[in-house]
Design a protein around this ligand. Structure first.
Ligand SMILES: [Zn+2]
Ligand SMILES: [Zn+2]
Length: 205
């Protein structure tokens, strides 16, 4: 069984890695990256939220790549402290490694040189979940807030149903064309329709 989150490489002159998985595939990830970019080229890793399936591998990856780790302020503490309960590492039978992080607050624009991703604060799955939005390309990276065919859980520590619904509505209002979620399939056309359908799980028509 494989619990790793999806990991995305945002390409450009200054590539950015999004999420790090559990760490169980550390070697394969480095190999994959080595085909795509020079090792020391990746200076930033953005974490969509605190959960271990996205952050478990980040300490080792950040060290190997010499990269800065960015995460929303509200989810920074558990990752910085290696809080295995708040990151859910204990549910995976592991513990979290403390890692230095830089805090985001939403509204920052992270540029790869060829794309500009705005940090959208989208809480609800966790208190500090974030999404990344490329306005010109209409590309949304949604973490575990919304998937192709569903929405994230709101019943885990720091989750909140009302916040999640508000966040999914906000992401829908961006009218994205492509969506790249934290798990499962991505969708390269009609993302807005996909999110609109997912929103029905939260009791919206
Ligand atoms: Zn996840
Ligand atoms: Zn999660």
């Amino acid at each position: 069984m494989d619990f790793d989150s999806n990991i995305y490489l945002l390409t450009g002159e200054n590539p950015i890695l999004v999420d790090a998985g559990t760490g169980m595939h550390h070697r394969e990830i480095l190999k994959w990256l080595s085909y795509s970019v020079k090792k020391n080229k990746i200076e930033r890793i953005v974490l969509t939220h605190r959960h271990y399936d996205h952050t478990g591998g980040v300490a080792a990856l950040a060290k190997e790549l010499g990269a800065e780790v960015l995460i929303h302020h509200e989810d920074a503490g558990p990752v910085r402290d290696g809080d295995s309960r708040q990151t859910l590492a204990y549910m995976f039978g592991d513990s979290s490694q403390p890692v230095d992080v830089t805090e985001l607050h939403g509204g920052e624009v992270l540029s790869t040189g060829s794309s500009n991703f705005e940090v959208i604060f989208s809480p609800g799955h966790t208190a500090g979940s974030l999404s990344l939005w490329e306005k010109d390309k209409k590309v949304l990276i949604s973490g575990d807030t919304v998937f192709v065919g569903g929405v994230g859980r709101w019943d885990l520590p720091s989750g909140n149903f009302e916040q999640l619904r508000g966040s999914v509505q906000r992401l829908l209002s961006l009218a994205p064309q492509e969506i790249y979620p934290g798990h499962g399939d991505f969708c390269q056309s009609g993302a807005q329709q996909t999110i609109s359908e997912a929103l029905k799980y939260l009791g919206e028509s």
